[in-house]
Every structure is written in C-alpha cells, then in structure tokens.
Design a binder for this molecule. Structure first.
Ligand code: TMP
Length: 210
C-alpha cells in the first residue's frame, strides 16, 4: 500500500499571490519526484465549481447560506478529490481550504465561530492540512495587486474593514496553530518568498521519505 500523501493549503487575503506560489510549489514537489494534485476552493470538483460561481457572484446570498454552500462544495471536494488522491500517495496542494471559512465567514462576516467549528468537526474530521502557508500582506497592498489584475469578485469589493478582519483572523489562526500554519510575508521579493516556502516544504518532504 502506498504511503498517504501530504495535504498542503495556501491561504491569505486578496492579491497575495496564491496562484504564482501554487505553481512554484507544484514545480518544486514534482522536481523531487512527488506526484502532485493542485486544486482550489471554492471549487476543485464539478459541483464545487458550480457552487463557486454562485458564491463569488450572487450578491443576495445570506451569510448563513454562503457558509453552508462553501461547506457543501467542500464535502464534495474532500470526498471526490482530496482523500482519494492522498490515499494514492499523491500530495494535494489547495488554494484555500477551511481556514478561509474561519477568516472570511467567521472573522469577516461575524458568523459564530462554534458553528464553523461544528461543521469542520462534523464534515472534515479525516481531512486536516499537514501544512498551511499563510501568505500575508497589508490589506491595501493585496487589494491594489488584485485590482491591478482586474479581478474584482464579490469579496474583493468588500469594505477595507472586512478585509482587515479577515487578515486579523488569519493571523490569529496562525498564532493558535503555529505548528501547522506558517506565515509568509509576501511584501518581500518573489525569490525570497519562494525560498521561505521551500524552507517549510523541505522538512515535510524529508520526513515523508524516511
Ligand atoms: P479566490 O481567492 O480563489 O478568488 O476565492 C474566491 C473568494 O472566496 C475569496 O474572495 C475568498 C472567498 N472564500 C470564502 O469567503 N470562504 C471560504 O471558505 C473560501 C474557500 C473562499
């Protein structure tokens, strides 16, 4: 039987460079002979992608509905893609996962924390990230970058105060789970950011190979 793969998530506010860094993580892991599946949330599988469309565009969505739709997509993502790939010994790298629900729906929208914990405990018990890279930049910097790319979704349109709450929540999650969540300052040059990411990936690769 193959050894279970590792599950890595990338988190952060808007415009922090998740896509670029996802690509470099994939190249690094493939370069050391690891089979990699990259994916994203909301989305990742057909039902999740259909729900994503609704979640990022539907302005009348109530916060409760938003949270439940995110978890609905996540359940499919976990059971159809993440767990099967890990069982086949592949590494899964996801652009966002459940920490985003704590940051955006909990911190940003003010949904009660215990409700999200309840959903996590109920639906995701077997699926916890081994490593989470929290790409962090001041909100203004990230929003500026996101807007320069012309990518303004329903969330990027939120008030600055919303994004500040998201960032603060991510940072406090990082303090709460320091072994799993590693904060990376993405206001540094890209080569430095990438070096830092590899610094956290290498020990995971080494331990997996032992
Ligand atoms: P993106 O960063 O991939 O474009 O993600 C789309 C938006 O979805 C992003 O603005 C954050 C939001 N989101 C949540 O609000 N909660 C979640 O649990 C996830 C996964 C994403």
């Amino acid at each position: 039987m193959k050894r279970r793969g590792r599950f890595i998530t990338l988190e952060g506010g808007e415009g922090v460079g998740k896509t670029t860094n996802l690509d470099s993580i994939r190249s690094f892991l493939e370069g050391v002979g690891i089979e990699v599946v990259t994916t994203r949330e909301p989305g990742g599988v057909p039902i999740g992608e259909r729900l994503r469309e609704l979640i990022v565009t539907e302005k009348s969505l109530l916060p409760e509905a938003e949270l439940l739709l995110l978890f609905a997509g996540r359940v499919h993502h976990v059971h159809e893609l993440i767990l099967p790939a890990l069982a086949q010994g592949k590494w899964v790298v996801s652009d966002r996962f459940v920490d985003a629900s704590f940051a955006y729906q909990g911190g940003g929208r003010g949904m009660p924390w215990q409700r999200i914990e309840y959903l996590e405990e109920w639906l995701l018990k077997e699926c916890k990230p081994d490593l989470t890279l929290l790409l962090d930049a001041p909100v203004e910097v990230g929003l500026e970058r996101a807007r320069a790319r012309g990518e303004v979704n329903r969330f990027e349109d939120e008030a600055l105060a919303f994004m500040q709450r998201v960032r603060r929540t991510y940072l406090s999650l990082g303090q709460r789970y320091p072994d799993r969540i590693k904060r990376i300052d993405v206001t540094q040059s890209l080569p430095r950011v990438q070096r830092e990411i590899m610094h956290y990936l290498q020990p995971l690769v080494d331990a997996w190979r032992e």
